[in-house]
Write a protein that binds this ligand. Structure first.
Ligand SMILES: Cc1ncc(COP(=O)(O)O)c(C=O)c1O
Length: 371
């Protein structure tokens, strides 16, 4: 029997070998492979231009970028965030000596519900850590307004929001810091990697120090309990190559996204997130809600897996359900909208190289699995 082509939820974008080899060839002459070399500097500069931000600090991965952001806050404080995210967000808060406080999400965008933030604020609250989920953008204006009123720092987990704009304004211009993930599966990747955008030179200095063990200057004092989280020249070079193709890859994602929406428009009991008209979306993911009143989401996923199409239950479970956070004594039902989303949402395969035929096959397999 001929083997069936497996379609996975994502596939990394890569430059040609020739383009990458050309980009890294100079490293054999300089011998500088890390420590803010030329590739690293060029990528930071180009990302500032593209994202319209003043400062960018590159990291080994997005998670360590988040840890660096939270390390700028006073230890022992509370951070208001949501449990409908990748575990990295909650881990980074906890590992910086802070307490995550879970707030529910909006049902349409799966992002933090600003109307519920104020009730979670206490005298110990130091920050809000909203997550732009799947490329859906948080209500930044409302969040920033609350933060200003209560004098709170806003750290956006923008792992999914690279290159997005709200009313023509770059997404990283909101809040105090925004962390982007450059993991292999993201819309822009450096293999592993991440970057934090900010607007304040003091914060930029603190982030730079944190990723270099906390050294203020090379060989100087260590003021903060930092880590080693520097991006290598090889990763930065991958980023420089991928950045050249970002716009063209965005168009391909848009095409696949439109085809999915067209193909599945009339299927009952499933729905896509409504588009955010003010947002220039990057179509990072394609979330689909499989309504529990009609279907068993987990059974649908199993049937699709058997047919060689691999969607992802993302995010499942809520981060508040992981046993490492038992000490917080949180009931996941306290965030009922997030809980429901974690039981109903899947993300469908979406990446720049996905062909029309593959999109059609995913849709057919989904419809059969629903039947
Ligand atoms: C919402 C979210 N936050 C943080 C991260 C961590 O980023 P990284 O994988 O670059 O460490 C991810 C990665 O998948 C993510 O999806």
């Amino acid at each position: 029997m001929p083997s069936v082509e497996q379609i996975f939820v994502t596939k990394p974008s890569m430059p040609t070998k020739e383009e990458y080899f050309e980009e890294v060839s100079g490293l054999w002459e300089t011998g500088i492979l890390t420590h803010s070399g030329v590739k690293h500097q060029e990528l930071e500069h180009k990302l500032c231009e593209l994202l319209g931000v003043e400062y960018m600090t590159l990291f080994t991965n997005g998670h360590l970028g988040l840890e660096a952001c939270f390390s700028t806050l006073p230890r022992g404080g509370e951070v208001i965030t949501t449990p409908f995210t990748f575990v990295s967000t909650t881990l980074a808060i906890a590992r910086a000596g802070l307490t995550p406080v879970f707030c529910d999400i909006e049902p349409e965008t799966y992002t933090i519900d600003p109307a519920k933030i104020e009730a979670a604020i206490t005298s110990n609250t130091v920050a809000i850590a909203p997550v732009h989920v799947y490329g859906n953008v948080c209500d930044c204006a409302a969040i920033d307004e609350i933060a200003q009123r209560y004098n709170l720092t806003v750290i956006y987990d923008a792992a999914h929001a690279f290159g997005e704009q709200v009313d023509g304004r770059g997404i990283a211009s909101f809040g105090d810091m925004s962390m982007f993930s450059f993991h292999a599966t993201k819309v822009f990747n450096t293999g592993e990697g991440g970057g934090v955008a900010c607007h304040n030179p003091e914060i930029k200095r603190a982030l730079d120090a944190w990723k270099y063990y906390g050294f203020e200057t090379s060989g100087g004092d260590v003021e903060v309990v930092g880590a080693n989280a520097k991006m290598t020249e090889f990763a930065a070079a991958m980023g420089l190559c991928n950045l050249r193709h970002f716009e063209e890859e965005q168009k391909k994602r848009q095409q696949a996204y439109d085809r999915y929406k067209h193909n599945l428009a009339h299927v009952e009991g499933i729905h896509f997130c409504p588009e955010q008209p003010q947002v220039k979306s990057n179509h990072a993911y394609l979330p689909l809600t499989i309504e529990a009143q009609y279907y068993d989401r987990d059974a649908v996923v199993s049937r699709m897996d058997e047919a060689g199409v691999h969607p992802r239950k993302y995010f499942y479970p809520l981060t508040s359900e992981y046993s490492c956070f038992d000490y917080l004594q949180v009931d996941p039902h306290d965030t009922p909208i997030a809980f429901k989303a974690s039981r109903e949402v899947i993300t469908l395969p979406l990446y720049a190289g996905l062909t029309d035929q593959q999109v059609d096959r995913v849709c057919e397999v989904l419809v059969e699995a629903l039947a």
